[in-house]
Ligand binder design. Structure first.
Ligand SMILES: CC(C)(COP(=O)(O)OP(=O)(O)OC[C@H]1O[C@@H](n2cnc3c(N)ncnc32)[C@H](O)[C@@H]1OP(=O)(O)O)[C@@H](O)C(=O)NCCC(=O)NCCS
Length: 205
């Protein structure tokens, strides 16, 4: 459902192959043991997480309706894409091992570009930690997956997401329509960030 960024980069064959390899066998050490690649065994816990509208309502690219079957199929479909180096579904855990959220990455290796969508469990939201979690994911996409451009979208009324995205330094680039799995369109705000800009901000910080 995801659309590649508006800005079009071109990866060399070597760069694209390196990105695909990084997606196929992801190094998750940056997440300190609190993120794992989603497997069918996570389907019940992910279904519980996503059944909460506070978690799933703002997200356009989830399977609907959210049921054990649809979430299992989504995990399996993303796993097939991971093996091609084009998508990755991570489950994040809290210190007790409970599912605390998820992140889904769509990667376009030939464009050296990626998108991320994700959510935190409702009881973990609004605690002021969204920015740090998002920054860790953006850093991982640039430095471990090796993409040079990230595009992100948020529903027009998703104030928290917009705040987190702009605090990370993403540049607003207007709006775009996001295609839901059922074929309908969701109007979204849209931002991009390059790896060069990300690294420059980190040097200044
Ligand atoms: C989006 C999400 C990851 C943010 O994480 P979070 O831990 O809830 O966010 P925070 O508590 O850190 O708040 C984010 C920012 O929004 C601000 N904020 C929160 N509510 C606000 C409001 N009503 N008006 C203005 N700002 C608001 C916070 O002050 C914070 O800004 P700051 O860091 O400058 O203080 C989380 O809320 C979530 O999972 N939401 C549901 C799914 C979702 O929307 N996913 C993103 C799809 S693009």
């Amino acid at each position: 459902m995801s659309a590649p960024p508006k800005t079009v980069l071109t990866a060399s064959p070597e760069e694209a192959a390196a990105i695909r390899a990084a997606v196929r066998t992801p190094d998750l050490s940056a997440f300190g043991g609190l993120a794992v690649v989603a497997a069918p065994a996570h389907a019940p816990a992910l279904t519980d997480l996503l059944a909460d509208p506070a978690v799933s309502d703002p997200i356009y690219d989830l399977p609907r309706p959210i049921t054990l079957d649809s979430v299992t199929a989504w995990i399996q479909a993303t796993e097939a894409l991971r093996q091609q180096g084009e998508a990755l579904l991570l489950v994040t855990l809290d210190a007790t091992g409970r599912v605390a959220g998820y992140s889904r990455f769509t990667i376009w290796p030939e464009l050296a570009s990626a998108e991320i969508a994700g959510a935190r469990r409702a009881d973990l939201q609004n605690a002021g930690s969204g920015g740090a979690g998002a920054a860790r994911s953006f850093d991982w996409m640039f430095e471990t997956l090796g993409v040079r451009l990230i595009g992100v979208t948020a529903a027009r009324d998703n104030v928290r997401s917009a705040r987190v995205i702009e605090a990370a330094g993403f540049a607003p680039m207007g709006e775009r329509d996001s295609l839901r799995p059922d074929g309908t369109l969701r109007p979204s705000l849209y931002w991009e960030m390059t790896r060069q800009a990300w690294r420059a901000r980190r040097l200044k910080a």
